[in-house]
Ligand binder design. Structure first.
Ligand SMILES: Nc1nc2c(ncn2[C@@H]2O[C@H](COP(=O)(O)OP(=O)(O)OP(=O)(O)O)[C@@H](O)[C@H]2O)c(=O)[nH]1
Length: 252
């Protein structure tokens, strides 16, 4: 991961330890009984990684290398129940001139199949990222043709109001058409909004999974969970971070 220290984020070397991906539970029996699996999907540069890092670490870190599809695990408490939350970061999707209107890597399809709930992200400063959402949702529906699909729509970068290309009304209308709730947030400036969005989706997933123990609500084809980085890979990436120079913050 290549990262830039931004104002109000990191200034000392030790703060780099924030960048270590959150490890998965080392022992199966240390994890809560219920697992909630969430995939974060959207176009390039909308802030998928920034949102996940903000949610899991409460920090905003200026710059990330193009996403490699890391999987993060965390215990979270929903009401009184502790669940094991798994969050899959994904490579970007792109609008395309084909019948599906979308270019989606196979890795993303696996993530969509694997997940129980979806964070669909666009940037309020990029109308084409907003236009990606409808075909992306249709794509999720094709992979899960039946049943309730827990989804939230996130309009990120709400701190960049002067560059706004998508109105809050457009966000709300689109979310309603997908059967989800719209959250307009800034991964850069606000932890609470990001936290509320992820928590809402977790609750929707728990509701959709019902009383089960986290097993899939759907039968049939079983695809393996997307690969998470192994410890060697995580160590290698961490060494890269430490050895790369911390760049100065990008002024936005
Ligand atoms: N101003 C502002 N910038 C943001 C915000 N969230 C992310 N960014 C910036 O947007 C850029 C892209 O963020 P990423 O988290 O890498 O976006 P991504 O969607 O994972 O990008 P891909 O790897 O291309 O899929 C970075 O320069 C972030 O610093 C935000 O809320 N406000």
């Amino acid at each position: 991961m290549r990262l830039t220290a931004g104002p109000g984020t990191m200034s000392s070397g030790s703060a780099n330890f924030l960048l270590v991906p959150i490890p998965e539970f080392p022992l199966p029996d240390s994890a809560p009984a219920r697992t909630v699996k969430i995939a974060v999907l959207g176009a390039s540069n909308v802030g998928k990684t920034a949102l996940i890092v903000r949610f899991l670490t409460k920090r905003f870190i200026g710059d990330y290398e193009a996403n490699t599809g890391a999987l993060y695990s965390r215990k979270v408490t929903l009401d009184v129940e502790e669940v094991s939350l798994q969050v899959q970061d994904t490579p970007c999707v792109a609008l395309q001139d084909n019948p599906e209107g979308l270019y989606c890597q196979e890795q993303i399809n696996r993530s969509i199949y694997w997940a129980d709930g979806y964070v669909l992200v666009f940037s309020i400063t990029d109308h084409s990222s907003y236009r990606t959402i409808q075909p992306l949702y249709q794509h999720v529906r094709r992979i899960h043709p039946s049943g309730n699909i827990p989804v939230i729509l996130v309009g990120n970068k709400s701190d960049l109001l002067r560059a706004r290309q998508v109105s809050a009304d457009e966000g709300e209308t689109l979310a309603a058409s997908l059967g989800g709730v719209y959250f307009e947030v800034s991964a850069r400036e606000n932890h609470e909004g990001v936290h509320a969005a992820f928590l809402h989706l977790c609750q929707e997933v728990v509701r959709a999974l019902g009383g089960g123990n986290g097993e899939k609500r759907r039968g049939g084809l079983h695809l393996a969970r997307p690969k998470s980085p192994n410890m060697q890979e995580l160590k290698r990436r961490f060494r890269q971070v430490l050895s790369s120079k911390v760049k100065s913050a990008t002024t936005i």
